[in-house]
Design a protein around this ligand. Structure first.
Ligand SMILES: [Mg+2]
Length: 420
């Protein structure tokens, strides 16, 4: 057995590479990805061709244009990047032992047998590079790192970009990292760097030599001890982090800063978070909204809710051609108002109720009062199923739907299916 246990893969310029893969006219060209639909705000990613001009994540769009006049801008398509992430994960898993997807563009693999030696791991990385290029696309390249644990593998994976391969082990440590600043290491924030400096630790070699118990004191947590032990090459496993929640945030472009537009953006963010919640089979018990305002106090509102998940299944089909499955406790409907189409819709929807179920339909007020033969016949049918004539129809307040541009008078029809 060789000394290496973990292989870490970091996709190069991932978002821009996906765009280049899908649009051949972008290949070999500088590309920047923006958070907004239009090229405003900041760049959230850049292709290697753009990076050569100094365009980076966080570069303002205006500045990026100045640095690189031929730069192509594309809006970020996060769902698409997640699909590519899963495709790559699938390929890796077929050729090696995929331990964990670490982020949208990072993967952690376990090494065993022959692949624990430098030669074996080098061969495995070549196999994976060819497989990803062939099965996902030649624009998708990655840098790889190996180490005796996940921390050193991750640091190694970031040493050489693009398309690099590096290794770290007690054999070349800490010299191989001596050129890095403390906060170049994953897990060392600027605040932690300041704390380390206060304790007299000013460079990576001193951090590597630190007594792990001293690290625990500086971090004020066992994490410090684990971090330094991992840096020293011990086989420290990655702790399973407990997910605290699902969230999304966005910096609002100027045109989205009035409350109505901001509300729509917040709904979109909630939908994105809920999609992930649903995918993981979780339910929500607390909902939090956080708004940071420039030059003013931030706002935060938490709301506890009954553990819930929408569990919606959306079917796109012509409703009238769907075969009724009488399994539903409740049908809520807003059928088409034109002509008397709503009559057929309500009668069809009624067949979706199980015995004892309830149907509520929003209908034009004419449904209750028009005296055509069709109306009379519909009301006679409805009466058989309603809770008695008095409770069957209920007026909605005038102009209930004015906000969506209609002032039509409306009623709610309630029907109960008899219990079996
Ligand atoms: Mg990357």
């Amino acid at each position: 057995m060789g000394p290496f246990r973990t292989l870490y893969l970091d996709m190069n310029s991932f978002f821009a590479s996906v765009e280049q893969q899908l649009d051949p006219s972008l290949r070999g060209r500088p590309v920047a990805i923006t958070a907004m639909e239009k090229p405003v705000g900041i760049c959230v990613a850049a292709s290697y061709e753009a990076k050569a001009f100094g365009v980076r994540t966080g570069t303002p769009v205006q500045e990026a244009r100045r640095l690189c006049p031929g730069l192509a801008f594309r809006p970020s398509r996060h769902r698409l990047y997640v699909c590519f992430n899963l495709k790559i994960a699938d390929v890796l898993d077929r050729h090696a032992e995929l331990e964990r997807i670490r982020s949208v563009d990072e993967f952690q693999l376990g090494l065993s047998g022959d692949a624990t030696s430098l030669e074996g791991a080098t061969r495995l990385v070549s196999v994976l590079k060819v497989a990803v290029a062939r099965e996902v696309g030649p624009c998708l390249r990655f840098s790889a790192g190996i180490g005796p644990n996940h921390l050193l593998a991750k640091i190694a994976g970031k040493l050489e970009k693009p398309n690099g391969f590096q290794w770290l082990s007690p054999e070349n440590m800490p010299d191989r990292l001596a050129h890095l600043a403390l906060d170049d290491l994953p897990g060392i924030s600027r605040a932690m760097k300041a704390r380390l400096e206060l304790a007299g630790i000013r460079d990576v070699p001193s951090l590597c030599r630190l007594d792990p118990r001293h690290a625990r004191a500086i971090w004020r947590s066992v994490e410090g001890e684990r971090f330094v032990r991992a840096l020293q090459g011990e086989p420290i496993p990655l702790m399973r982090t407990k997910r605290g929640g699902f969230g999304n945030s966005k910096v609002l472009a100027p045109e989205f800063r009035d409350p109505r537009a901001a509300y729509l953006v917040s709904r979109w963010l909630v939908e994105k978070a809920v999609a992930r919640l649903r995918r993981d089979g979780r339910v929500a018990a607390v909902f939090s909204l956080y708004i940071a305002r420039m030059g003013a106090h931030s706002l935060r509102q938490d709301m506890t809710c009954a553990a819930s998940q929408d569990g919606l299944r959306v079917t796109c089909a012509n409703f009238l051609t769907m075969r009724p499955d009488p399994v539903h406790d409740l049908v809520l409907m807003n059928p088409p108002f034109s002509g008397t189409h709503w009559m057929r819709h309500v009668r069809h929807a009624f067949d979706f109720l199980k015995p004892g179920g309830t149907l509520r339909a929003i209908l034009p007020a004419s449904a209750e009062v028009n005296e055509t033969q069709a109306h009379e016949k519909f009301r006679a049918w409805a009466e058989c199923h309603g809770p008695g004539w008095r409770g069957l129809w209920r007026d909605l307040p005038p102009e209930s739907f004015a906000e969506v541009g209609t002032n039509i008078a409306t009623v709610i029809l309630t029907l109960h299916k008899p219990a079996a």
